[in-house]
Design a binder for this molecule. Structure first.
Ligand SMILES: [Zn+2]
Length: 364
């Protein structure tokens, strides 16, 4: 029998006692205390995958901005959306409703988009997924992007003309790899401007890591003549050949945000990069014959920081105040479309931040 958790005053107080004070600043806390006492109807089963809960939320919490937990295990209070259109950016795949982030991330993307234009990157950047309105695990596509401090940028510049909403759904990604060769950058697509744009992203002090395909990292290692120390922030991970991924540090004062171990010093053009070109990442993990079989299970709400339950229960901001600017488009699709994804049994793709190859190119 599945037991249901009903959000009520008692549970609200239990959560608060259980550690909310450790996780949130006083302003956010005040907002969440108020909200947790008035949001009375949220209910879900204990074993409901957290991605199904967070994947259905349409608007952010009306609370102070706060990244809670870790990039791949957390949630976000007080998100703002980047407008679908700006002078130097366009948001893509609007139906996913994943253009929400910590305000520091939104500000960074706006700055980066201007800097990219100055580097000759067309008329700006195309922005892929940031986070869901309250962060958390996603129904599809990423293991990280949970606390509003990760964003994907297409390796395709923004066209001069605004793309229609449909084109933003349908426009195919363009890989920077030569798919006929093993982990090799496509020399007819990759340009010095691509390198400049990635390194520009790495140059901001608030950026902690930039993820690119190992072939792209190698290309940068072989050709970059600028500040080599910045190359250390550019991290090789499979995938990331049609977009790159910007990860920010926890913002100053974000007490509930769990920092990632810093990258090693140096440019990272060493054996740690060479490893990605070996057979080892594809080797099947050795099984311990004595190990008990572990039943795979999805992350549930109780696996996340306790404050994430309060973030979910908090009242939403109004749609008008949910975003900067005037180009706000109401989130789509509604619950029905998301439910269809759940019903279809769609599962997470491998974590884009860990080395699980999806398909191995020919080795010969
Ligand atoms: Zn990403």
């Amino acid at each position: 029998m599945r037991s249901l958790i009903h959000w009520d005053i008692r549970r609200g107080m239990a959560v608060l006692k259980a550690g909310l004070f450790r996780h949130l600043g006083s302003i956010a806390l005040a907002a969440l205390i108020t909200s947790s006492l008035v949001a009375g109807d949220a209910a879900w089963a204990d074993d409901t995958p957290a991605k199904q809960i967070f994947g259905k939320v349409q608007l952010p919490s009306n609370s102070a901005p706060s990244p809670i937990g870790f990039y791949a295990k957390g949630c976000m209070a007080g998100a703002v959306a980047i407008p679908t259109d700006g002078p130097t950016w366009q948001a893509m795949r609007l139906s996913r409703n994943r253009r929400w982030g910590n305000p520091a991330m939104i500000a960074l993307l706006e700055q980066f988009s201007k800097d990219a234009v100055e580097l000759g990157w067309g008329s700006g950047i195309l922005i892929g997924d940031i986070s869901q309105p309250r962060g958390g695990p996603m129904l599809t596509g990423h293991a990280s992007h949970q606390i509003g401090l990760d964003a994907d940028i297409w390796f395709t510049p923004k066209p001069a003309q605004p793309l229609s909403a449909q084109a933003r759904e349908d426009m195919p990604f363009t890989s920077m790899l030569d798919k006929s060769k093993f982990l090799t950058v496509n020399a007819s697509r990759w340009t010095p401007t691509h390198a400049n744009v990635v390194m520009q992203a790495a140059s901001y002090p608030q950026v902690e890591r930039v993820f690119v395909n190992p072939a792209i990292k190698k290309k940068l290692c072989d050709t970059w003549t600028g500040d080599r120390s910045l190359l250390g922030k550019v991290r090789p991970v499979y995938g990331h050949d049609e977009h790159f991924h910007i990860r920010m540090h926890c913002p100053p004062g974000a007490a509930g945000c769990k920092a990632q171990a810093p990258v090693a010093s140096g440019d990272g053009c060493d054996k740690s990069l060479a490893w990605w070109f070996t057979k080892e990442p594809w080797a099947k993990p050795k099984k311990d014959p004595n190990a008990k079989p572990v039943k795979p299970r999805f992350t549930t709400l109780s696996d996340l920081p306790k404050a994430c339950a309060a973030v979910l229960a908090a009242p939403a901001v109004s749609e008008q105040s949910a975003t900067f600017g005037t180009a706000y488009v109401a989130p789509q699709p509604g619950d029905a479309a998301i439910q269809a994804v759940i019903n279809a049994g769609a599962d997470d793709l491998p974590d884009s931040t860990i080395p699980i190859p999806m398909a191995r190119p020919a080795l010969q």
